[in-house]
Write a protein that binds this ligand. Structure first.
Ligand code: HEC
Ligand code: HEC
Length: 286
């Protein structure tokens, strides 16, 4: 055994503890080769890449590699893959995109980040809205419409609805009776007398005689459906009273604010089309 552990070229140092002798055995060949390969690799790396930190900067390396450059190249590569799709999107109608599963999926997944950056802050990541503040985009209750072209229009030019405040127009009793009407209508229990008051008070001009509202069109007619259980601004008596008393997008601190910003200056037409696909795919698209 002892002989095996002592190659010919190794000499004995003469040190021995508890039967263990210290030799001048050289390290194995593979180990030495790796050691030299490592430092040679370090030198090559230092020459090719940014490596040695200086006071404000570092050595640049002869390859000219930077993280930013690598990132930009990756982005350009990605853009080159996306370009043909974007050109197709721009040439296709909404119906064509929605009818083509490949393009629909491309648009839907491309719009995910755009929606996250521009829309989710108000409408929620899944279009679930924010009670009392921002409308749900994932249901089929539309104020303007859930067909492709109307969605594109809503996103491109923004929206700002309008309902006159009734304070100072109607007396307190009527405002309270109309609040009762709206609550009853939502539960499907409004009486003909209540509908008559609703009509006399000028509400039906926008909400319709049946209070079912309808998509707001270019003329500005149309309004929220008051006969469903969906409340944009809250369905407690206090909430409904406030909406009727102070109106929507009127003056004063208590009015309901409902302003959808326009995105035509910020997002290109292809991005807006892809967002319309995404909103359509939330489930309420018409
Ligand atoms: C600052 C908050 C805000 C942001 C950001 C925002 N929205 Fe809106 N959005 C609103 C409000 C408020 C309304 C309701 C406007 C009204 O009632 O007239 C609305 C309405 C809409 C409608 C019409 C809904 C209907 O019932 O017809 C669509 C579609 C829509 N938004 C999509 C988007 C998309 C897509 C984005 C991102 C590009 C976006 N919104 C960004 C606040 C916002
Ligand atoms: C000029 C048209 C117009 C008139 C007149 C009008 N409304 Fe409205 N109303 C609207 C619009 C538009 C909305 C939806 C606003 C939004 O969601 O951005 C609305 C919303 C409401 C809401 C809130 C619904 C919800 O989901 O939270 C109530 C309640 C309501 N109206 C009741 C009335 C009553 C009562 C009258 C009569 C005194 C009336 N409105 C007159 C246009 C009108």
């Amino acid at each position: 055994m002892a002989k095996q552990n002592k190659p010919e070229h190794a000499s004995d140092t003469g040190h021995e503890w508890d039967g263990i002798r210290e030799l001048t055995n050289p390290p194995p060949r593979w180990w030495m080769i790796s050691l030299h390969a490592s430092w040679i690799w370090c030198v090559i790396y230092f020459i090719l890449y940014p490596a040695i930190p200086l006071i404000h900067d570092s050595t640049k390396g002869i390859l000219g590699w930077t993280q930013i450059k690598e990132y930009k190249e990756a982005v350009a590569e990605n853009e080159a893959i996306r370009q043909p799709y974007l050109q197709k999107i721009s040439a296709m109608s909404g119906q064509q995109i929605l009818g083509d599963p490949g393009m629909r999926n491309f648009a839907d997944s491309s719009a995910k980040a755009i929606f996250g950056d521009n829309c989710a802050g108000c409408h929620g990541a899944g279009g679930q809205g924010a009670p009392g503040l921002f409308p749900v985009l994932a249901d089929d209750d539309w104020l303007y419409g859930g067909d492709f072209d109307t969605l594109v229009e809503s996103i491109t030019n923004g929206r700002q609805s309008f309902m006159p405040a009734q304070q100072g127009v109607l007396d307190e009793a009527a405002i309270n009776q109309l609040t009762d009407f709206a609550l009853a209508a939502s539960a499907g229990k409004a009486t003909p007398e209540q509908f008559a008051l609703f009509s006399q008070s000028g509400c039906s001009g926008c909400h319709g005689e049946d209070a079912k509202g309808g998509a707001i069109n270019k003329l500005g007619t149309g309004a929220a459906n008051l006969t469903d259980a969906i409340w944009r601004f809250g369905g407690s008596r206090e909430d409904v009273l406030r909406t009727i008393r102070y109106g929507v997008n009127q003056d004063g601190p208590n009015t309901r604010v409902a302003i959808m910003p326009a995105f035509n200056g910020k997002l290109g037409p292809e991005n807006i089309k892809m967002l319309a696909v995404k909103v359509h795919q939330f489930g309420g698209g018409q």
